[in-house]
Design a protein around this ligand. Structure first.
Ligand SMILES: NC(=O)c1ccc[n+]([C@@H]2O[C@H](COP(=O)([O-])OP(=O)(O)OC[C@H]3O[C@@H](n4cnc5c(N)ncnc54)[C@H](OP(=O)(O)O)[C@@H]3O)[C@@H](O)[C@H]2O)c1
Length: 369
């Protein structure tokens, strides 16, 4: 873990921030959010052009606090690193990291002192550890607040349900391992299946749970087939594609999908009406004026963007890179309470972007049984 946090006193001056995102699986749709005509260019042409042409980072949105006079300009910016999700994962790593560095250069030119690594810019840059150090700049993956908000959503979906089986896909990642550690003291259900491709990290995480005497039966698996027994499935992988489809889930399962780009196949909507998919990692921010289309309904923001704001508003001076830490998650939870006039609370649930209701917790188990 590489977290270099300094304690923050409430009187610390606020900083300005930038948050980096990138086009998701469908590059044309996301570039159309920057400027509508760009959405008419086919995605295949985007993939070709973004690899070969020197396309600079683009401004997607500006952010202002509603409780302050923002005549001096916005408190933050959302910038697009012009590389699609699949390209970020498949191209030469040095090239991809170089594109992220260009986004950070642009952020600094705008005056940002706190910079958040959104979506896959964190996994691709080794949770920020592959980026060059920049004195005076505070960097964050935004993963700790994401882990905190995810645990809140899990508890909303399944509070203290004995007998429940929870599976976490991407359990060994930066967000995933923090969620597992946050759950260790107050586990959900009786069985927790940890899923990822790398066996060594899975075994180490399961052993850690065992040593902490969490009381939960921790299983590990490297195949997605292992989600088939779970009542509640949490998705936290860094894959660019839809990994979980109608064939993977048991009857009545509930899925919390935090991933960007999303890992749940839209066929679930039509082929598995018994399954509920909730879009995870989303917070309500009624006190923030976010101008620009980040792909969420107005008044909502991704948790990692929220962490970037919280660190900027509280004048944080140390970076939070690498594996997200439990201590930082708690610090961000407390910061969210301090700025509660702006929001930073768990958003009302969406499923594939459409409003739905929270299921009755007991019904999750009854349905699955
Ligand atoms: N909504 C939000 O605000 C928010 C905030 C932060 C992050 N996120 C999203 O959360 C996801 C995870 O981010 P992260 O920074 O934690 O990533 P990460 O540190 O790279 O972790 C990814 C995890 O997924 C596993 N994984 C990757 N590909 C897989 C595959 N094909 N099948 C099974 N497991 C796979 C990895 O382990 P192996 O490599 O061993 O398989 C690892 O456990 C990303 O989609 C990110 O965009 C969302």
């Amino acid at each position: 873990m590489s977290v270099d946090l300094h304690p923050v006193s409430p009187g610390q001056p606020a900083k300005r921030f930038a948050f980096l995102v990138h086009p998701r699986a469908d590059v044309a749709t996301d570039m159309g959010r920057v400027w509508r005509p760009l959405g008419r260019i086919p995605s295949s042409a985007w993939d070709w052009g973004l690899r070969r042409l020197p396309v600079p980072p683009q401004l997607l949105a500006t952010v202002r606090r509603r409780d302050q006079d923002s005549s001096a300009g916005p408190e933050g910016w959302v910038l697009v690193v012009p590389v699609g999700a699949r390209q970020l994962l498949s191209e030469d790593r040095r090239w991809a990291v170089g594109k992220i560095e260009q986004g950070i250069d642009r952020a600094q030119e705008l005056g940002a002192e706190v910079i958040g690594l959104g979506a896959l810019t964190a996994p691709v840059s080794g949770a920020g550890r592959l980026l060059r150090p920049r004195p005076g700049v505070t960097m964050t993956t935004g993963n700790a607040f994401t882990a905190h908000l995810t645990v809140e959503a899990l508890r909303r979906l399944l509070p203290a349900a004995p007998g429940a089986h929870v599976a976490i896909v991407g359990a060994t990642g930066s967000v995933g391992s923090c969620v597992v550690r946050l759950l260790a003291d107050e586990p959900l259900g009786d069985t927790l299946t940890l899923i990822a491709r790398g066996e060594r990290r899975l075994a180490a995480l399961a052993a850690e749970l065992h040593e902490r005497g969490s009381g939960v039966e921790a299983l590990t698996a490297t195949s997605l087939d292992a989600v088939r027994d779970a009542d509640l499935v949490l998705l936290l992988t860094s894959a660019a594609d839809a990994l979980i489809g109608p064939e993977h889930l048991k009857h009545g399962a509930v899925v919390l999908d935090d991933t960007q780009p999303r890992n749940t196949d839209p066929r679930l909507l039509t082929e598995r009406p018994d399954v509920l998919v909730i879009d995870g990692g989303v917070a309500a921010i009624p006190g923030i004026d976010l101008r620009g289309d980040i792909g969420l309904p107005r008044g909502l923001a991704y948790a990692c963007l929220c962490e970037t704001m919280l660190m900027a508003f509280s004048g944080q001076t140390g970076s939070a890179l690498g594996e997200a830490g439990v201590e930082h998650a708690i610090r961000m939870r407390d910061a969210a309470r301090r700025f509660e006039q702006l929001g930073f609370t768990l958003a009302e649930p969406l499923s594939f972007g459409r409003p739905v209701s929270w299921p009755e917790p007991a019904s999750v188990l009854v349905e699955a049984a």
